[in-house]
Design a protein around this ligand. Structure first.
Ligand code: HEM
Length: 124
């Protein structure tokens, strides 16, 4: 058995894949009439940079996320589980459209879901 199986990050295609995933994903998020308004005062360039780091870290890649704790970045914005589900739904569609398998897409969502309470404020 291989003692060092490739990380999810490596299986997805590493830095290059994540660099194309983030903008494609946010095109969908921003076009969603229920999600777009949350980002009206946000620097999309900075958000892309932070999300790139976060996704690399969350999938086991070699980058340390340098942004704010997720609870701080999301608290007080009124983000509900419904918004969260729309957001991850767009992520699933983007990953599948890019040719990621259903199994690996599920793995990404499992990793991301560990942050749900920080995003929707349930832990406050
Ligand atoms: C698990 C899902 C999510 C993850 C991993 C995530 C991650 C992030 C990250 C890494 C940032 C950058 C933080 C920083 O600038 O320091 C951010 C910012 C932001 N997120 Fe999320 N997010 C998620 C879900 C959502 C949802 C569902 C919404 C709204 C419907 C949302 C709205 C925002 C907004 C508005 C900002 C920008 C805050 C600002 O302008 O300062 N996020 N998110």
């Amino acid at each position: 058995m291989n003692p060092n199986p490739p990380s999810l990050y490596e299986r997805l295609g590493g830095e290059d894949m994540i660099a194309s995933l983030i903008p494609a994903f946010y095109v969908r998020v921003l076009a969603d009439p229920e999600l777009g308004p949350f980002f009206k005062d946000t620097s999309i360039e900075k958000l892309h940079a932070m999300q790139r780091e976060f996704f690399v870290m969350a999938t086991g890649g070699p980058i340390q996320y340098s942004g704010r704790p997720l609870a701080h970045a999301h608290h007080g914005r009124g983000i509900t589980k419904h918004h969260y589900a729309l957001f991850t739904g767009h992520l699933v569609e983007t990953l599948l459209d890019m040719g990621v398998t259903q199994e690996e897409t599920d793995e990404v969502i499992d990793r991301i879901n560990t942050s749900i309470n920080e995003i929707t404020g349930v832990s406050y």
